[in-house]
Design a protein around this ligand. Structure first.
Ligand code: ASP
Length: 319
């Protein structure tokens, strides 16, 4: 029989945010409510086979590597439970694309891991969190579903493609040209393409070793920074990062990943010192297509924030 139990893991975010006034959409405290409070606010989830746990209470703009490692360890453990249909992770919207990408690259998810979030706090007059949470639970229970995905605004988006493209609008996420995996129609999913699957990054082995070792051998995360190319850019930020001991730099270039000549020269000084440097685009959609023969390398379609995660994992695997 198909399992229908779902675990909801709370990590914070606006979905769990509380404001002093019901009409305040800006001045609120993210991550105030427990995962159980979020479920209690959705009448259609009453009596369902759900478990809740609160792993963190972060505003996701403060997301950190230690929380990623703890979340990864918890999800690995939950995905071993045969009685679960899937897992839902509630998260802030600000760094959701980084967490989703990190999990996509490092977590074997034969059953769905569904991230969800909200743009409005739980105390808003019309919060978007309850609908998103109900959709996320439905996705987690969908037979045949799998991989790391995001349920948001009536759509299911691939964890490695999603990016936040608007700072305030309810419809804040996009997967650009890739489009959604599915749309939610009256609670039923209309599948548009296959559930995401990808070979895991080699760094996943390092994460497993870190889970096994625990506090005895804490994982040393490499330092990876993002530098933006812009009018008037020079190489001083990169020089300062070299002095600070950075191990990897993502240059968020203009347009199709072009980099100011002065910044490019500094990036080459970094390369000469053994620091990994990759190009991305500061545009949220499109990424970097093709490359001139002498260009810095890129990861193609990834946003600068996703490229930072990929480079972090590359360095972790090489360490
Ligand atoms: N700053 C919030 C967060 O990322 C924004 C949100 O969740 O919408 O936690």
């Amino acid at each position: 029989m198909q399992a229908s139990r779902v675990v909801i893991v709370g990590t914070g975010g606006t979905i769990a945010g509380v404001a002093g006034r019901a009409d305040d959409l800006v001045d609120y405290r993210a991550g105030t409510l427990d995962a159980a409070d979020l479920v209690a606010a959705v009448p259609t989830l009453a009596g369902e086979l759900l478990e809740t746990e609160t792993l963190a209470r972060l505003d996701s703009s403060d997301m950190d590597h230690a929380t990623w490692l703890a979340l990864h360890a918890r999800l690995v453990a939950l995905l071993q439970r045969a009685d679960l249909a899937g897992v839902v992770v509630t998260h802030g919207t600000d760094t959701l694309e980084e967490t989703a990408y990190f999990l996509h690259r490092t977590l074997a998810a034969p059953r769905p891991v569904v991230l969800t979030a909200a743009m409005r706090p739980a105390t808003a007059l019309s919060p978007d969190g309850p609908r998103n949470l109900a959709d996320a639970v439905a996705v987690a229970r969908t037979p045949g579903a799998g991989g790391v995905v995001v349920a948001f605004g009536g759509r299911v988006l691939a964890g490695h493609e999603v990016r936040k493209v608007h700072g305030f609008a309810l419809d804040a996420f996009s997967t650009g040209d890739a489009g959604p995996i599915a749309v939610s129609e009256q609670g039923a999913l209309r599948l548009l393409r296959a559930w995401p699957q990808a070979p895991l990054h080699a760094a996943a082995t390092r994460l497993s070793a870190a889970h096994a070792a625990g506090a005895a051998a804490p994982l040393a995360w490499p330092r990876v920074d993002i530098v933006t190319s812009h009018a008037g850019a020079d190489g001083r930020v990169i020089d300062a990062l070299l002095a600070a001991g950075t191990q990897g730099i993502v240059v968020a270039g203009t347009g199709n990943g072009s980099v100011h000549a002065a910044l490019d020269a500094a990036a080459r000084r970094a390369l000469a010192r053994g620091v990994r440097v990759v190009r991305a685009s500061r545009c949220q959609l499109g990424g970097v297509v093709g490359a001139r023969a002498d260009a810095l390398p890129s990861y193609g379609v990834l946003t600068a924030a996703q490229a930072r995660v990929e480079l972090l994992l590359d360095l972790l695997a090489d360490a």
